[in-house]
Design a protein around this ligand. Sequence first.
Ligand SMILES: Cc1ncc(COP(=O)(O)O)c(C=O)c1O
Length: 443
Amino acid sequence: MSDSDHYREMEKKYVYGTWRYEHTWNPMVVDTAEGVHFTDLDGKRVLDFSSQLMCSNLGHSAEEVKQAMAEQAKKLCYAAPGFATVPAAELGKKLAEITPGDLSKSFLTIGGAEANEAAIKIARLYTRKSKLVSRYRSYHGASSGAIALTGDPRTQYAVGMPGVVRAPDCYCYRCPFGKEYPGCGITCAEYVDEIIRMEGPKTVAGVVMEPIVGSNGILVPPDEYMPRVREICDEHEVLLIDDEVMAGFGRTGKMFCIEHWGVEPDIMTMAKGITGAYIPMGATITTRKIADYFDRPENLFVHGQTYAMHPLVCATALAAIEQYSKYNLVENAAKMGKILGKRLMELKEDHKSVGDVRGKGLFWGVELVKDRETKEPFVTREQKFEPNMLKRISGACMELGVYVVNIINILLVAPPLVVGEEDIDKGMAALDEALKVADREAK
Ligand SMILES: Cc1ncc(COP(=O)(O)O)c(C=O)c1O
């Protein structure tokens, strides 16, 4: 038995996998990583064309981040959240500086789901209202509240949190209203207004949205969408909660995705890119107005976690955030994103199984269809957890040394922000080859 087989079997026996039938899990054993590549225990080197789970924004060789972690580890790994620490204070200030508008005060936590749990709680405490509007094609995390907001197939086993109302998606390729942009009047945004009116504005605390939907299909809204949702929220005194867990930190060619439309949310949640995945972290930042509310003597901030404001985590995040400006990574995402986008559009020309290509920066989705006329998908929501064509395509890419995430009916192309043109060439060559598998079954 090779080392790889030994550790694969050991992990499968003693550690749960995620979001799958456990018996189907046959993982590669990752051993090392550098730049935009990772290597398994057998020495197979793979191009990371999805930044692991769209989180390794800095690539795998940010030595200064590792250095900062080591230095902080020597000094202080942990202090109870009742204490203040230099890294937490500095990170709070830094987040206030880099986020748009008046976003000012953060709750610092351990992942994206926890960031959204904090947002839910803050929104409900602050507005003294309980309902939340989210969308069907969305993912907000696996914990009880976050999975209840989520509308994708992963929500099916959620015991649920009462008070979530789902809005139709902003999905131009398959418009839920059967309309076509730009003649559609952005009905998907207007319908948010209708939902709030019907539910009763006095009962709706917030609207929770990914500015570009990530794992549910890289759904890029028309330019009018987010500004209109902001207006609707203002009109009804409902908070706009912007989930930037996947789309934030340079991924789309702006530091935060919502900046593409000049919209300022009331609460923003983030994770993944905040540390470039060098250590787990999430954060929930609110406006000064919301912070002021909790500064008043009568208002209790009823939230906390053992690992909130973890000093080692905060120091790592500070070093990671530094990388974005020091190495112009957001600009590189915009620049390389143009090249990647163009190449993906060309791929669509060459492969009849590609129905749609959409994205911004280094955040792209390739949606596959059996038939371009009818847009019949290769994989439906119900088939997400079953063996399917998209999994076969990702498997074929892996054989060619390129890792590409597939979710339901899309391939998610999102390389680290340090990616270069040669890496893009290699990734595209693998996709070009792998898509022939789907072409053979497309009309
Ligand atoms: C938009 C969005 N929000 C929240 C989450 C949950 O983050 P985590 O897995 O760190 O809990 C994810 C995870 O992919 C995400 O994409």
